[in-house]
Design a protein around this ligand. Structure first.
Ligand SMILES: [Zn+2]
Ligand SMILES: [Zn+2]
Length: 403
């Protein structure tokens, strides 16, 4: 027996032992879990429990995204963090600790703003997306990305000792509800209030301090991961419904959501075209040409997020071109350097016809790496995915696509 074959056999033996109890479940297929690609957004209280579960379950490929740094207040709800991690990146630390639990997991992290700096290619890459966040704007961004690339996502929300886990699956329920459909008038009011200040900074994104406990995050993340296992096995899930758990009464019940006919998130693209280019190799004009070739005259580009074009002072008329994703703008930049008054922000997310920044690359106007830029003509929608960035963004998770 050659040395290589021997090592492989030993490895298989070790894996078989590790996951033996799962194999006693009649429908369980460990191979599916090993091959699964899961994107986890948020490495807070829920994210920690989610990642711990994914590692114990033997999920093979995980990308974890978060922009926060670890604080001592996280230690009461985060199994993956230690006191000496104070000030370190949540995403990087979580990735390292998860690897200790399940060394064969292929894991990579994204340390940044998921709304503004995470390219939509990662949603396209994933089989399932898990949300462990506490803000509506990020949920809306995850939801729109997942619906566009046709991927199921499982949201978790916790407050005090209550929680909800919801499954949204465009594959199974094209005419079913998405997260946006479930948003109430009050949700929109709160969201718009947040948006109206427009210069959303990192500090403000972290502003909402929701009371939570490790026990409720464990309950809700448990349901999220169990639904993930079912999705990966092709079993029926609670797609289109929410599992609600009331901690005080210990009552749980399912809420069935319905599609909101006015919801803006339900137009699927006809195609996503893979470009072997990076966002810093393609100009706005270059992509406009490709889009026109594909969909004809009058096609417009649609970016996945608002881009800050300029800061304008209405008091003294001073203007400053910025071109960056809103996530990179500090609140202090809202003040006019000339007269000290507040400046207005000019943002855009569609590009149509001649624009003064046509010669800039997509990266230069704030389009993140490995993003998908959409081209729309009437009701026809296609995506251009910038796969030239995939290796950098996915790290060890990257597998070159076969031509
Ligand atoms: Zn919807
Ligand atoms: Zn001014």
């Amino acid at each position: 027996m050659s040395e290589n074959i021997k090592i492989n056999l030993e490895e298989t033996e070790r894996e078989n032992e590790r996951f033996h109890r799962f194999s006693l479940i009649s429908w369980w297929d460990q191979e599916r879990l090993k091959n699964a690609k899961v994107l986890v957004i948020g490495a807070g209280a829920l994210g920690n429990e989610i990642l711990k579960n994914l590692a114990l379950l033997g999920i093979g490929n995980v990308l974890i995204a978060d922009l926060d740094k670890i604080e001592n207040s996280n230690l009461s709800r985060s199994i993956l963090y230690r006191a000496e991690d104070n000030g370190q990146s949540k995403a990087a630390t979580a990735a390292a600790r998860v690897k200790e639990i399940y060394p064969d997991m292929n894991i990579h992290f994204f340390d940044g703003n998921v709304i503004y700096d995470l390219g939509a290619g990662v949603y396209h890459w994933a089989d399932v997306v898990l949300g462990g966040l506490d803000n509506r704007e990020a949920r809306l961004s995850i939801n729109r990305n997942c619906w566009r690339v046709n991927k199921p996502w499982i949201d978790g929300a916790i407050e005090s000792i209550d929680g909800v886990a919801r499954v949204f699956d465009p594959n199974k329920h094209l005419d079913g509800p998405c997260y946006e459909c479930t948003m109430s008038e009050n949700d929109w009011k709160l969201l718009n209030k947040r948006r109206s200040c427009n210069l959303l900074t990192r500090d403000e994104m972290q502003g909402g301090k929701t009371p939570t406990t490790p026990t409720i995050s464990s309950v809700i993340a448990g349901i999220q991961c169990q639904e993930t296992v079912k999705l990966i096995h092709g079993l029926e899930t609670i797609a289109g419904k929410g599992f609600n758990f009331n901690g005080l009464s210990c009552n749980s019940y399912l809420i069935e959501y319905t599609q909101n006919e006015d919801c803006m998130s339900h137009d699927p693209p006809q195609d996503i075209i893979s470009l072997q280019k990076r966002t810093d190799e393609m100009t706005v004009a270059g992509l406009q040409t490709l889009a026109k070739e594909a969909l004809g005259e009058g096609t417009e580009l649609e970016l996945g997020r608002d881009i800050l074009e300029k800061l304008v002072c209405l008091s003294c008329g001073h203007e400053e071109n910025v071109f960056t994703s809103l996530g990179n703008v500090r609140l202090s930049q809202g003040i006019c350097p000339q007269c000290g008054k507040d400046r207005e922000v000019k943002t855009f997310y569609t590009i149509r016809g001649d624009v003064p920044f046509a010669d800039k690359t997509l990266a230069e106007i704030g389009v993140p790496k490995f993003d998908i830029v959409w081209a729309r003509n009437g009701v026809t929608l296609i995506g251009f995915e910038f796969n030239g960035d995939a290796a950098e963004v996915l790290g060890s998770l990257y597998r070159p696509t076969k031509e």
